[in-house]
Design a protein around this ligand. Structure first.
Ligand SMILES: [Zn+2]
Length: 88
């Protein structure tokens, strides 16, 4: 499949071939910590942050992880391209 970092352009992550090869179920590579983060991000999106308070009260790495997940959701929903450009 196309490299998720460079979208077939070639980068260090894919060895400049633009593709990544999947030899096992990708879900097996996701650890429990990531699943937990995804659960908290889902709750955060619904207005329930993991730490009481606002966005400035949350851990910086949690906010960054949530931003990545929200961006990926926009891509998968077709609202924006992988380059971040809005789609009409
Ligand atoms: Zn790449």
């Amino acid at each position: 499949m196309a490299c998720m970092v460079c979208d077939r352009a070639g980068c260090d992550e894919c060895g400049n071939v633009g593709l990544i090869y999947i030899a096992a179920c990708p879900l097996e590579t996701i650890g429990g910590d990531v699943w937990n983060a995804l659960k908290f991000i889902d709750l955060y999106e619904k207005g329930l942050p993991p730490i009481a308070g606002g966005a400035l009260d949350q851990a910086q790495n949690f906010i960054e992880a949530a931003a990545i997940v929200f961006g990926l959701k926009q891509i998968y929903r077709g609202n924006i391209g992988k380059n971040g450009q809005a789609r009409g």
